[in-house]
Design a protein around this ligand. Structure first.
Ligand SMILES: Cc1cc2nc3c(=O)[nH]c(=O)nc-3n(C[C@H](O)[C@H](O)[C@H](O)COP(=O)(O)OP(=O)(O)OC[C@H]3O[C@@H](n4cnc5c(N)ncnc54)[C@H](O)[C@@H]3O)c2cc1C
Length: 410
């Protein structure tokens, strides 16, 4: 039993573990399992890993272990977010496919659940949860990342449909996706946060081109995505016209929450590496590990606070930013420590490194995690303003129509 489990949660944990033991092998202690979002896969590996992830998702769905906190009507288990966390903690100890479907199951799906119509929920949620349909998140643009509300992709109403034109960038797995959650500007005459609307787009629709961006490591799971007069039915608008920013905020909330799941796996693996390298009694190593462990515990408990708020129907505030900073700081410190423990071997390329190169791969993916979903600096701005009450950044653009802001300042 986990020290903070209630008797019901302990029973749920035992049931989850029994399902996992019957359907998967325990993870060998050397597996670190870096996040699929920053994985360095070749195109063939990517195809294979996505297929494996789909099959595992299907198995969980069929046996009632997918969408633990989602309503049963959409194929979920009707449980709680804490049960979702417990399941993820247990799952992290088993040799199951990576989180390659997390953008759909963890971020876009909850947005459809929260903002979608009954028809949209009925159409999209089951196939998503069963792993049949892959989703991507079409938010960032070349000139709108940290300042996402300044985005310029246009959505123009045309009767019962919309015409979308513009460009997105850094869209993870767009080239493998069936559906995308898009934020576009429907009204340039409104202040920038207010002129945005969300849409569900068919990634195979005419006029959409996803062009993978090759990274210096050789992999290419990000894309530039071009929209050239793409037609989207109004029935696929997610939320009200002008509610795009609300959809963004809640999607980011789910994205940040997902960082809480499974991160203690890294702490365990680091402990195993310390023992393997014969450094468990080294006071400097112990000190460093203790600091990382403490950050991991702070992450777990801040995550629990967030989940409690969501369970009560509230939108957690700056806790999401705290969770993101804690998670990425903890992971970066753990991966750096692992490479230090390897001494000179830490400089090897991942393909030939010990522990199947997992620590090396995770280390290389780390800067990406610190940027994706909002950079460290942006999280600090949010915490500074909303927790510490520091003066906010000047935001003259909040009240000015987006179309009147000079191009270079949007
Ligand atoms: C691994 C990964 C996966 C991603 N996946 C997706 C995806 O699937 N879909 C999607 O839409 N996007 C995705 N992104 C894009 C990501 O959301 C953006 O990269 C991120 O929001 C930062 O935007 P930017 O790259 O335009 O940097 P910029 O906004 O140009 O920032 C550049 C630098 O300036 C700093 N900065 C900017 N504004 C401020 C400020 N006000 N105060 C202090 N510092 C500031 C930033 O912190 C950063 O260091 C992904 C990115 C990564 C790395």
């Amino acid at each position: 039993m986990h020290p903070v489990d209630s008797p019901q949660e302990a029973a749920f944990r035992a049931e989850a573990r029994a399902f996992l033991e019957a359907n998967a092998e325990p993870l060998p202690p050397w597996v670190v399992a870096p996040s699929a979002i920053v994985a360095e896969w070749t195109p063939d590996e990517e195809e294979r890993k996505l297929d494996e992830a789909r099959r595992w998702q299907r198995r969980k769905f069929d046996e009632g272990w997918a969408g633990i906190a989602w309503p049963r009507r959409y194929g979920g288990r009707g449980g709680t977010l804490i049960e979702q966390l417990i399941f993820s903690e247990e799952e992290a100890g088993f040799d199951v496919p990576s989180d390659a479907l997390i953008i759909g199951t963890g971020w876009c799906g909850p947005a459809v659940l929260e903002h979608g119509t009954d028809e949209q929920r009925d159409r999209f949620l089951r196939p998503l949860l069963r792993g049949d349909e892959v989703w991507c998140q079409l938010f960032s643009e070349p000139a709108a990342g940290s300042d996402l509300a300044g985005l310029g992709t246009r959505a123009v109403r045309d009767g019962a449909q919309w015409r979308i034109t513009g460009q997105k960038v850094w869209t993870t797995f767009a080239h493998r996706s069936d559906w995308g959650l898009l934020i576009a500007r429907h009204d340039p005459d409104l202040p920038k946060h207010r002129g945005l609307t969300a849409f569900i787009v068919d990634m195979k629709a005419p006029g959409i081109t996803a062009r993978p961006l090759r990274q210096m490591t050789g992999s290419a799971n990000f894309n530039e995505v071009f929209f050239d007069d793409v037609v989207v039915a109004d029935a696929y608008r997610l939320g009200a016209v002008g509610d795009g920013w609300r959809v963004v905020i809640s999607t980011f909330m789910w994205e940040r929450l997902s960082l809480v799941y499974g991160s203690d796996r890294v702490l365990e693996a680091l402990g195993a590496l310390i023992a393997e390298r014969g450094r468990a009694t080294d006071p400097v190593v112990r000190d460093r590990y203790a600091a990382i462990y403490a950050t991991g515990e702070a992450l777990r408990f801040t995550g629990l606070r967030m989940m409690t708020a969501v369970s009560r129907g509230a939108m957690p505030g700056p806790e999401g930013s705290i969770v993101k900073l804690l998670a990425t700081s903890m992971l970066e410190a753990a991966h750096t420590m692992a490479l230090d423990l390897f001494d000179a071997v830490g400089t090897l390329a991942a393909e030939v490194a010990p522990w199947h190169g997992e620590w090396h791969a995770a280390f290389l993916g780390m800067p990406g995690l610190r940027i994706g979903g909002g950079t460290d600096q942006i999280q600090r701005n949010i915490i500074g303003e909303r927790v510490l009450g520091l003066p906010s950044e000047p935001r003259p653009d909040r009240s000015v129509p987006w179309g009147q802001i000079p191009r270079g300042e949007r």
